[in-house]
Design a protein around this ligand. Structure first.
Ligand code: MRU
Length: 324
């Protein structure tokens, strides 16, 4: 698999995540193209969006400065609302603007390098934590959406934990929710687990809680798009039911995320803006509309898991137990 996101000859190369498991790499050369790619989920996942935002500012800084550069940065930061990393990456790169385009690019590349290091540290710390909570294993894990290398610059957060455990022979299997409507679980997480050689099964989202209730899972491990100051966690729609099921079953619900996903400026989950996406994503499956004409849909892209259901948030620096 090529890198999720990379700076190549003055353009941003992205693995096009709308067509996975088919492989296509696209090159983006303008802010407008990048905003479109972010909105269409060509690049997706909170840490990868942070990298995209930072490289987008580097792209803009080659031709713009002053208020024009600031306006381009706002467009990038507002391309999607929920993942705090997007604005974080934009701001990190923009902070170097008065030192010129090369300094902006260097700051953006720092964001990418830091994300890789953070994911490795999260993977190690998360594996140790699951050892403490569940014993040495091999463990039966459950994840949702894709919090792997393709949601980050490399390695992954929740799947970084799986990588670390798998490297020690401590994974029995991973249950991956398919993650309606855009199937990040089936199309992306399953690809990463297969590449790692981890035994796995995809389940429909509605099956996840009952699989946990049947005692078939030792721990849930997911990523996050934004963690509020009180520990409420926004992640892909369908995460909250897993947290409820985990609490009921008495198994750990662990959130793996870099410090850049923690947002002290947002007091709680109610203050997190939840992206509402097009109804068509729900109503049309594989190009076929299954609902009668006139039926519409709600399509919130994320939900909020309250802090009291979160066993731990594992970052590159610490294990935080907001619910304790
Ligand atoms: O809509 P997406 O695919 O960008 O949503 C991604 C998720 O919800 C991930 O679980 C989250 O960003 C964590 S990625 C390490």
């Amino acid at each position: 698999m090529p890198p999720t996101i990379a700076w190549v000859d003055g353009r941003i190369e992205l693995v096009d995540q709308t067509v996975l498991p088919a492989l296509r790499v696209v090159a983006v050369g303008t802010v407008e193209e990048l905003v479109d790619a972010i909105r269409r989920l060509v690049v997706r996942g909170a840490p990868a969006l942070g990298a995209a935002g930072a490289l987008g500012v580097a792209l803009a800084a080659r031709t713009l400065d002053g208020t024009e550069l600031a306006a381009a940065a706002v467009k990038l930061a507002e391309a999607r609302p929920t993942a705090v990393n997007l604005g974080y990456g934009v701001q990190r790169a923009l902070a170097a603007a008065d030192r010129g385009p090369d300094a902006v690019l260097a700051a953006a590349l720092d964001v990418l390098a830091e994300d890789v290091a953070a994911c490795h540290a999260i993977g190690r710390r998360g594996a140790d934590l699951l050892g403490e909570l569940c014993g040495p294993g091999p463990l039966r894990l459950h994840t949702h959406c894709n919090a792997g290398a393709l949601a980050c610059v490399d390695w992954g957060t929740a799947l970084g934990v799986v990588r670390s455990l798998h490297g020690e022979g401590r994974v029995r299997y991973v249950v991956a929710d398919e993650t309606r409507p855009l199937l990040q679980g089936s199309r992306i997480t399953a690809v990463e687990l297969a590449e790692m050689g981890v035994p796995h099964r995809v389940v429909v989202d509605g099956a996840g809680p009952s699989i946990i209730a049947r005692g078939l899972v030792d721990a849930v491990v997911v990523g996050a798009d934004r963690v509020a100051a009180n520990g409420d966690v926004a992640n892909k729609i369908g995460t909250y039911p897993l947290a409820l099921a985990a609490a009921r079953a008495g198994i750990p619900f662990v959130v793996a995320a870099p410090e850049s996903t923690l947002d002290p400026a947002t007091p709680d989950g109610a203050a997190i803006e939840i992206e509402e996406r097009a109804a068509e994503e729900v109503l049309v499956v594989g190009g076929v509309r299954f609902t009668p004409p006139g039926t519409s849909a709600w399509n919130p892209a994320f939900d909020v898991t309250p802090a009291d259901l979160v066993t731990a948030v594992v970052t590159e620096n610490r294990v935080w137990r907001p619910g304790a």
